[in-house]
Design a protein around this ligand. Sequence first.
Ligand code: THU
Length: 160
Amino acid sequence: MTERQITTKIHFCTLDELSDTEKKLLEAAKEAAETAYAPYSRFQVGAAVLLDNGEVVKGSNQENAAYPSGLCAERVAMFYANATWPKAAITHLAVAAKNGKAFINLPIAPCGACRQSLLEAEHRQGSPIKVLLYGAGETACIESVKALLPLSFDESFLNE
Ligand code: THU
């Protein structure tokens, strides 16, 4: 048996370490959290995507009484962006989440299905998506979706 260490690099930063564009995108994600439809979990998530054409697309989680029919904020924003500007690349994604009245302290961690969908977007456009995960205490800044999903499945396996 062999053991391999798979490492991933994630930076944790304070707001003043971010560029003005990144700060604005985080604000957009926080605003988007207010539009969540989350009557079941009461967990409000907002996402904001920045495209290389300068457009910002916001999304929030949309729940359903039939629970799996709902969708996370990240995919609402990303799918709308890709459907509206299919040729534009996503340069950044910012995410923020509220549990009740306040934004959570730890950086919000996207679910596995969102990570998988984001990875596909990164492969499709051929350039990295910088991910900013807001926490009231600290924000995680990740240079590429690849860092969020080690040992990932992608289209290359389909031709193995
Ligand atoms: N949720 C998101 O929208 N994004 C995340 O990164 C984590 C979870 C949503 C799904 C569901 O509506 C609620 O938060 C509780 O899981």
